[in-house]
Design a protein around this ligand. Structure first.
Ligand code: ASP
Length: 424
């Protein structure tokens, strides 16, 4: 039998977990099910998986941000193009997160869901904690003791330190090379670790969904579907309205051509859920069918695959709203600013491989003290979202590349407009 890919296995686990959970929910009260399944093997697999994800957050955030910042040295080498690209990437990510928070606020996917009763204690603690003011929160980002920040999981503090360390490595240059190599290698190792944890995803997801549905029966279905549809709507708006609007109004380029030529890359994103995996094809298409010169694309596309994750930001914004609504936690203006800031920073630290966006979500939630347990609810359906958000991540890199190339006169419009390429 052909070996199933991890994506296929995870999708199968998702459906089976839901069905199994609903089956458990209709069974009459049963001590065996409660003790050995729900509080036994399912808890072990589900909570074990979530614990493993939480375990990797702090080291991953730290190492990936130091490494990404130190590698931004390339920005200097490419001068003006580098600066423009960086600003463009950060602005589109901020726009994406604002769009997501607005959609989450308007559609309210988590309102009317009564999954919160069991978490009353957490709400009490978190609701108090969110009322600190913005200045204090910013001050909190400058930890006085980095080891305390690590042990408390103060991710914004860790990011701040990581950014400073990365910039210092760049500033020192030659002599800091060995340290940069250490971070490069640590980054590789941690990504391998994420991959190993993700191999366990089908079992973890089966257990998490089965537990949710066993506890809440069919009532869990609606909120989860609402969540998925809201995120998909956000992603569609980002792609079709924000990006296509930019192509049309800023670049004066026809969006329909972009969409047609982007289709093969889109498919790779769907099947791999990885910006990095889609990079070789994106690089090839950028020159051959979008008409962008290598000078621009060879810099902007790899950088985008590392630091520009607008689709991931959309998922994170809507997740924040969804979880806050479910737990009945009110978010104020300071909290929204905090979410925007932390999601833009998280985007820099998110590697272009499957599942990392969800890991980074813990950091965004922690920045406004939302309960991390909320992740257990949405983790189960994350694989579907990962496929589409990756496609939006990569589309964002390509649109930015086109606009920068056009602006820099590194673009051949006849190639862009030509529709007779044999691969289409
Ligand atoms: N899978 C995404 C990507 O490669 C990252 C994420 O998990 O959001 O772009």
């Amino acid at each position: 039998m052909k070996k199933l890919s991890n994506t296929t296995k995870t999708l199968i686990a998702l459906v089976l977990g839901g069905i199994f959970g609903i089956f458990l929910s209709v069974l009459p009260e049963n001590k065996f099910v409660q003790t050995y399944l729900l509080d036994g093997i399912l808890k072990l697999a589900g909570t074990g998986f979530l614990n493993a994800i939480k375990l990797i957050v702090v080291p991953l955030v730290f190492v990936s941000i130091v490494y990404a910042t130190a590698s931004l040295d390339d920005l200097k080498k490419v001068g003006r193009i580098g600066g423009k690209t960086f600003i463009f990437y950060m602005l589109t990510t901020a726009l994406a997160i604002i769009l997501a928070l607005s959609i989450g606020g308007i559609l309210k996917p988590g309102i009317g869901v009564d999954l919160a009763a069991i978490k009353a204690n957490e709400i009490a603690t978190t609701a108090n904690a969110t009322s600190v003011n913005f200045v204090d929160t910013l001050l909190n980002m400058i930890p006085t003791n980095i080891f305390a920040a690590f042990s408390e999981g103060n991710t914004l503090g860790i990011i701040f330190f990581a950014l400073l360390l990365g910039l210092s490595i760049t500033a020192v240059g030659e002599k800091a090379q060995p340290l940069l190599t250490v971070f490069e290698s640590a980054n590789e190792v941690l990504l391998k670790l994420v991959q190993m944890i993700m191999h366990f995803a089908p079992y973890g997801i089966f257990a998490l969904l089965a537990t949710t549905f066993a506890n809440f029966g069919f009532t869990a279905l609606m909120p989860l579907m609402k969540y998925v549809l809201t995120v998909l709507l956000g992603l569609a708006l980002q792609l079709l309205v924000v990006y296509m609007g930019m192509l049309l109004f800023i670049g004066k380029l026809r969006p329909s051509i972009f969409l047609k030529k982007f289709a093969p890359i889109f498919n790779v994103c769907l099947s791999t859920s990885s910006s990095s995996a889609a990079l070789p094809l994106a690089l090839e298409h950028s020159e051959a069918s979008f008409g962008v010169s290598k000078k621009v694309s060879s810099f902007t596309l790899p950088l985008g695959a590392t630091i520009n994750m607008d689709g991931t930001a959309i998922m994170q914004g809507i997740s924040v709203m969804f979880i806050a609504q479910i737990y009945g936690i009110h978010l104020g203006l300071n909290d929204y600013l905090m979410v925007i800031l932390s999601a833009v920073l998280a985007s820099i630290g998110t590697a272009g491989v499957p599942g990392v966006g969800m890991i980074m979500l813990t950091m965004v939630l922690a920045s406004v003290n939302l309960p991390l347990e909320g992740i257990a609810l949405i983790m189960g359906v994350d694989r579907i979202i990962d496929m589409f958000r990756t496609a939006v991540n990569v589309a964002g890199d390509n649109v930015c590349t086109l606009l920068i190339a056009k602006n820099e006169n590194e673009f051949d419009e006849t190639v862009y407009n030509r529709m007779d390429n044999s691969d289409f």
